[in-house]
Design a protein around this ligand. Structure first.
Ligand SMILES: *[C@@H]1O[C@H](CO)[C@@H](O)[C@H](O)[C@H]1NC(C)=O
Ligand SMILES: *[C@@H]1O[C@H](CO)[C@@H](O)[C@H](O)[C@H]1NC(C)=O
Ligand SMILES: *[C@@H]1O[C@H](CO)[C@@H](O)[C@H](O)[C@H]1NC(C)=O
Ligand SMILES: *[C@@H]1O[C@H](CO)[C@@H](O)[C@H](O)[C@H]1NC(C)=O
Ligand SMILES: *[C@@H]1O[C@H](CO)[C@@H](O)[C@H](O)[C@H]1NC(C)=O
Ligand SMILES: *[C@@H]1O[C@H](CO)[C@@H](O)[C@H](O)[C@H]1NC(C)=O
Ligand SMILES: *[C@@H]1O[C@H](CO)[C@@H](O)[C@H](O)[C@H]1NC(C)=O
Ligand SMILES: *[C@@H]1O[C@H](CO)[C@@H](O)[C@H](O)[C@H]1NC(C)=O
Length: 441
């Protein structure tokens, strides 16, 4: 008798060991799933190309080459079924090992560290736990960009204050496939479960930034040179001073919507203030800002090192003022006049005359961007407070328009408010507006 030789056949994950006497490799398993979901049925076929006469059976289970198992249970996992080939003078066996898959039936997300009170950037790790599952599922995260993913079930990322309240979901999915050589999938088992967590962040101190005071000198803010940062600058000015912030350079990320690095501008502070804009590149963006609240806040968030930004800030003297009219002729001119005025500017002048008097206003020069209905750049003159009765709305060029349009106006009350707004494009010379107190008509 020749000594038995041991072979092992590997059909993807189905391990079949073959003992043979003569019929080398004559037996194979076909459509036998590598994993079977619990409570389902299994159909597995054992085949040979050997010429008859021969018998192929699953001793104790089937008199033919077809094995059929119903309602498999977890306890059946690991059970081995032997297929036997008998032919004249030879014998061969192949073993099918049943693997029973189940779940996942529940999922949970946990976070470490759990206490998210932070100074600056803090890396945190989320862990996804899929309950009651076999084999190991795959995990997918949504609501978060995982950075250094050590393993599928763990997600590490840097937490920013803006993440407060954000919902992060992990979905665990068990999909087990066996693949035929033709690369078509057959027989998959599938189970999914997901878990969700709400991030809870309290910022104690940002990574960088400063509390700054704007004055009439030009001052600058330059981006810090690292990625993974959260920086906050607050710029204030003395009461009645208009703050003006513009970007000189900004190239952080070329893809919208500025997910990996951005600079946000707020009118007021970053918690309660109004978001004026979020930018990651300068071109085409409306970067110059003038907050109405007396405080500008700049928040820089970065998970990626772009080439950075440089901002300029200063106050605009003569842009927000309370003036008094008397019998003399005084003049209002926007900052920059008679050179180009600044873009994205809002100036507000309040003029008060003695009780019983009116105010007469007369443009001696006027050249600002012209638009239909003066919707881009304009001067509004109100009787009384801003938002009161509109005495005049102006844009364009005084020399090119009918004289009537620019004839002097006189207020009814002893107060008038002049508002000048410019947009981001086509700044021009500006205007010169004379005002004087007159007897009420
Ligand atoms: C499994 O087979 C049994 C008997 O043939 C049948 O009644 C049952 O519906 C099958 N179950 C599934 C999940 O296919
Ligand atoms: C096949 O099985 C039948 C019945 O069990 C038996 O009579 C026959 O001899 C077997 N044939 C071979 C080739 O083993
Ligand atoms: C199922 O059986 C396989 C093969 O015997 C074994 O490796 C695995 O650990 C078993 N799984 C469970 C959950 O018992
Ligand atoms: C935050 O920074 C302050 C001052 O540097 C320090 O005393 C405090 O322990 C830090 N807190 C945390 C949570 O890191
Ligand atoms: C966030 O965490 C703080 C401190 O651990 C806790 O007091 C607060 O209730 C938490 N908020 C939410 C919405 O979970
Ligand atoms: C504005 O403030 C800066 C920084 O404090 C200072 O160096 C500069 O002299 C100030 N300029 C004026 C005009 O006050
Ligand atoms: C004129 O101005 C004074 C304050 O300067 C105010 O008290 C008064 O009501 C005003 N009178 C009119 C007629 O608007
Ligand atoms: C208004 O200004 C123009 C110059 O642009 C001047 O000719 C005119 O006399 C002024 N009108 C009044 C009422 O001051």
């Amino acid at each position: 008798m020749s000594s038995p030789v041991f072979y092992s056949l590997c059909i993807i994950t189905v391990i079949a060991s073959t003992f043979l006497v003569q019929a080398v490799g004559a037996l194979r398993l076909k459509k036998c799933p590598s994993y079977v979901m619990e409570k389902s049925n299994v159909s597995c076929t054992c085949l040979t190309k050997m010429k008859k006469p021969h018998n192929v059976t699953w001793p104790g289970h089937s008199q033919s080459g077809s094995l059929f198992l119903t309602n498999v249970q977890r306890s059946d996992n690991g059970t081995q079924y032997t297929c036997l080939l008998t032919a004249d003078g030879s014998k061969e066996e192949v073993v099918y090992t049943l693997r029973v898959a189940y779940g996942p039936y529940d999922g949970q997300v946990s976070i470490s560290p759990s206490h998210l009170v932070r100074n600056g950037t803090q890396p945190v790790t989320l862990t996804c736990t899929a309950e009651d599952t076999y084999p190991t599922p795959s995990y997918e995260w949504s609501g978060v960009s995982c950075e250094n993913q050590v393993s599928d079930d763990a997600c590490t990322f840097s937490l920013y204050p803006k993440d407060n309240g954000r919902e992060v979901t992990c979905t665990a999915e068990s999909v087990t496939l066996s693949r035929k050589p033709s690369y078509t999938f057959h027989n998959s088992v599938r189970g999914t479960a997901s878990g969700t967590i709400n991030l809870n962040v309290t910022l104690l101190r940002p990574d960088c930034g400063e509390d700054l005071v704007a004055n009439s000198s030009e001052q600058f803010i330059t981006s810090p040179g690292h990625s993974n940062q959260y920086c906050v600058w607050h710029i204030t000015a003395s009461p009645g001073q208009q703050i003006w912030v513009d970007s000189l350079e900004m190239e952080l990320e070329t893809r919208d919507p500025c997910n990996r690095a951005s600079v946000s501008f707020y009118d007021g502070d970053e918690k309660n203030g109004k978001l004026l804009g979020k930018f990651c590149k300068r071109l085409g963006n409306y970067v110059p800002i003038m907050p109405a609240s007396g405080m500008a806040t700049i928040v820089f968030v970065s998970t990626w090192g772009g080439s950075g930004f440089r901002l300029i800030y200063k106050t605009l003297p003569g842009c927000v003022e309370s003036l008094t009219a008397d019998s003399s002729i005084q003049t209002i001119e926007p900052p920059g006049y008679p050179e180009k005025y600044l873009t994205n500017m809002v100036c507000v002048w309040q003029i008060t005359a003695p009780a019983g008097k009116s105010i007469r206003l007369n443009f001696t020069d006027f050249q600002i961007e012209k638009s239909r209905s003066c919707k881009w750049d304009y001067v509004h003159i109100y009787d009384g407070e801003r938002g009161g009765q509109l005495l005049g709305e102006y844009c364009g060029n005084k020399d090119h328009q009918s004289k009537a349009k620019f004839k002097p106006v006189t207020s009814f009350m002893n107060k008038t408010t002049v508002v000048f707004k410019s947009d981001v494009l086509y700044p021009a010379r500006g205007f010169s507006l004379q005002y004087t107190a007159t007897d009420t008509v």
